[in-house]
Design a protein around this ligand. Structure first.
Ligand SMILES: NC(=O)C1=CN([C@@H]2O[C@H](COP(=O)(O)OP(=O)(O)OC[C@H]3O[C@@H](n4cnc5c(N)ncnc54)[C@H](O)[C@@H]3O)[C@@H](O)[C@H]2O)[C@@H](O)CC1
Ligand SMILES: Nc1ncnc2c1ncn2[C@@H]1O[C@H](COP(=O)(O)OP(=O)(O)O)[C@@H](O)[C@H]1O
Ligand SMILES: [Mg+2]
Length: 242
């Protein structure tokens, strides 16, 4: 549930106006207490997502953080993809479920943003023997399914069709639990604010890293945790204006 709190808070503190978290019943109090600014809708199931539905049209959706891979959730994810037309960011176990059902790539809206770390990427596109082969496979994957791929790492790359953007911010302070969940919240928020998916990914990755560059000299790499990324977003946005 922590990953949902982190990505919801990151989204609201990246400038979108409203955030609704969709969680199993067990998550209702947790999210509302952890982050009262988020609205919370619950699944009918106590423990896992079994039926993803809501009666409003979000501007963007981020899905996958903390959702696990229960068979009920896989089925719910499939039905969600069948009906969804909203701009989408898929992360974490959302990526892992896609990797187990590769035919579902065709259900993703155009320019859907995927945010795999190295292991999630391997599950999506298979293994590679060199950096060149890895990039070729991702470009092929992006062209074939019209996807924006955020290749998380040091440095992070954003790949869209045959375009490769290398991020210039960030440091080892980001190697901490939940920092990817926060990144998904930031990118989803920018997508909801009408940034083109490629630019939402590029700007989101840049801001995410920038928080660590600003914070590390003030609080060390060791003591920096995912919530600090959220805490330093304001300074990161302000530094863009200089
Ligand atoms: N506070 C929370 O609630 C958190 C929840 N999280 C959720 O936990 C679930 C599992 O996420 P994980 O990413 O931990 O699990 P994964 O199973 O996707 O990745 C874990 C394994 O992948 C490999 N791996 C991960 N990153 C790698 C890298 N950069 N290079 C090489 N190998 C790597 C390692 O073998 C590791 O054991 C997700 O749904 C995620 O959203 C995590 O994001 C952590 C924080
Ligand atoms: N040494 C590093 N330098 C820069 N960024 C890093 C480093 N290690 C990890 N990161 C960043 O931290 C984030 C980790 O994401 P992820 O593995 O999904 O974390 P989690 O699932 O715990 O939220 C990615 O954005 C990655 O680029
Ligand atoms: Mg992650």
């Amino acid at each position: 549930m922590g990953s949902v709190c982190l990505s919801s808070k990151a989204a609201l503190k990246s400038g979108c106006g409203l955030v609704t978290a969709f969680v199993p019943k067990c998550g209702y109090e947790i999210v509302q207490i952890a982050f009262s600014e988020a609205m919370v809708l619950t699944d009918e199931n106590e423990k896992v997502l079994s039926n993803i539905n809501y009666n409003f049209e979000p501007d963007a959706i981020g899905i996958g953080m903390g959702i696990g891979q229960d068979v009920l959730t896989e089925k719910a994810f499939y039905h969600f993809l069948l009906n969804n037309k909203t701009n989408l960011v898929v992360d974490a176990d959302g990526l892992n479920i896609l990797s187990k059902n590769k035919k579902w790539f065709s259900l993703l809206p155009p320019k859907t943003i995927l945010t795999p770390h190295k292991k999630e990427l391997e599950r999506l596109i298979g293994t590679w023997q060199s950096e060149e082969e890895k990039l070729e496979k991702i470009i092929q994957f992006s062209l074939e399914h019209d996807l924006v791929v955020v290749v998380k790492g040091a440095p992070t790359l954003v790949i869209f069709h045959s375009e490769i953007y290398q991020n210039t911010t960030g440091n080892q302070a980001l190697a901490t639990a939940g920092s990817g969940d926060v990144l998904t919240g930031i990118i989803t928020s920018l997508l909801a604010q009408n940034y083109d998916p490629k630019n939402a990914a590029i700007l989101g990755v840049y801001l995410h890293g920038l928080t660590a560059d600003i914070a590390a000299p003030e609080m060390s790499h060791q003591a920096f945790v995912a919530s600090d990324i959220i805490g330093y977003l304001g300074k990161a946005f302000l530094s863009l204006e200089n």
